[in-house]
Write a protein that binds this ligand. Structure first.
Ligand code: PEP
Length: 261
């Protein structure tokens, strides 16, 4: 059975001293929790510092974005090779803030997913609809289109190494969480797409995380749903206590009789 996976997206917050302080409190708070996989995704400038602090722990390092080329004249960009260099294992790709503010397209995200896999990085591929799209009853269609385009030309064994994060845009940083039922509906739909297009073995293997205003008091209900394998946490991940609590509440999923899919 999969352990829950909780990933913290620290966005554009925290200087190096602030980050070191945060990771050390988290480290101390989660060191006894063995049945939850934990990933932290700090800003580029603090990756090396966090990498050093988590060396002797089971916390994994992730980045929030990357370019798809290995190197070149791409001023201001960071390559997969550079992420490997600081011992990143994960990289968030296609976050809605990247799509919205930096006009990232599914085609660009697809190139990044392929580059991440080439370098043995685990892409955390974000998909999700806007409020307008949900209200127009297009949520499933939108997510399917992102899924198809971002995973285009990938082999089943490559898709098996991808983590998918369902992040309804209307729930990110807004305090509005999708209900566990809404999350489960979309997660089971994504699972079905995986099963149909890449086979059940892949469908079973792929982690599907929920993201959007996850907090210590709503994680357990979300995790209780059979197709919710974990969470991508923004705001609540940069407060040590709430992140520790989320990890702790999520890790009780196994104890809490997770139903079989
Ligand atoms: C995110 O940034 O991926 C996110 C889910 O943010 P928040 O938890 O703050 O809604």
């Amino acid at each position: 059975m999969k352990h829950p996976l909780i990933a913290g997206n620290w966005k554009m917050f925290k200087t190096i001293p602030e980050t070191v302080n945060l990771i050390n409190i988290i480290k101390a708070g989660v060191h006894k929790i063995t049945d939850c996989d934990i990933v932290v995704c700090p800003a580029f400038t603090t990756l090396a510092a966090v990498s050093k602090e988590i060396e002797d722990t089971k916390i994994e390092l992730g980045a929030q974005n990357m370019h798809y080329e290995t190197e070149g004249a791409f001023t201001g960009e960071i390559s997969p090779l550079m992420l490997k260099d600081v011992r990143c294992r994960y990289v968030i790709l296609g976050h809605s803030e990247r799509r919205q503010h930096f006009k990232e397209t599914d085609e660009l995200i697809n190139k990044k997913v392929m580059a991440a896999l080439k370098y043995n990085l685990v892409p955390i591929l974000c998909v999700g609809e806007t409020l307008e799209e949900r209200e127009a009853r297009h949520a499933f269609e939108v997510v399917k289109q992102q899924f198809d385009r971002c995973l285009k030309n990938l082999k089943a064994e490559e898709v098996a190494r991808v983590v998918i994060a369902y992040e309804p845009v209307w729930a990110i940083g807004t305090g509005k969480t999708a209900t566990p039922e809404q999350a489960e509906q979309m997660h089971s739909y994504i699972r079905r797409l995986l099963n149909e297009q890449f086979g059940e073995e892949v469908g079973e293997k792929v982690y599907i995380l929920y993201g959007g205003s996850v907090k210590p008091d709503n994680i357990a209900q979300l995790m209780a749903k059979p197709n919710v394998d974990g969470a991508l946490v923004g705001g609540a991940s940069i407060k040590a206590e709430s992140f520790i609590q989320i990890v702790s509440n999520a890790s009780s999923k196994e104890a809490a009789n997770a139903p079989n899919r």
